[in-house]
Design a protein around this ligand. Structure first.
Ligand code: AMP
Length: 113
């Protein structure tokens, strides 16, 4: 997607602090961390959001889910984490390329607010 900031990060057109990459996903440090460790895990395929995914995306999204624990370890998380995907207006999604916030390094609040 030509005007998608995360597509540009994946392509290396915008710099990022890479944590992990393979053929399906790219993970990098959030520029405005909300926790001591805050990594964004982004499928390379431009899917807009959980609302925008289709059954054919199940394989790639599944690959992201089973890779989370490894990315958490690489990022230095040792005591649990939270995985969040904001979706749509009420979900406060600001970038329309599906991504998963991996948050750790402190106890998380619940309810999240
Ligand atoms: P969301 O609001 O759930 O769509 O999450 C988008 C996230 O992308 C926010 O946490 C931003 O801080 C983060 N973000 C936006 N631009 C960049 C960037 N250039 N590098 C790293 N993180 C970014």
């Amino acid at each position: 997607m030509a005007d998608c900031i995360f597509c540009k990060i994946i392509e290396g057109e915008i710099p990022s602090s890479k944590v992990y990459e393979d053929e399906n996903m790219y993970a990098f440090r959030d520029i405005e961390p909300q926790a001591p460790v805050h990594v964004l895990i982004v499928p390379k395929k431009h899917i807009t959001s959980l609302d925008g995914c289709s059954p054919e995306d199940a394989e790639i999204l599944g690959k992201v889910m089973v890779k989370v624990k490894e990315i958490a370890e690489i990022a230095g998380i040792t005591n649990g984490y939270r995985l969040v995907s904001n979706c749509g207006e009420d979900g406060f999604q600001t970038v329309e390329h599906i991504h998963f916030h991996l948050l750790g390094g402190r106890p998380m609040l619940w309810p999240p607010g």
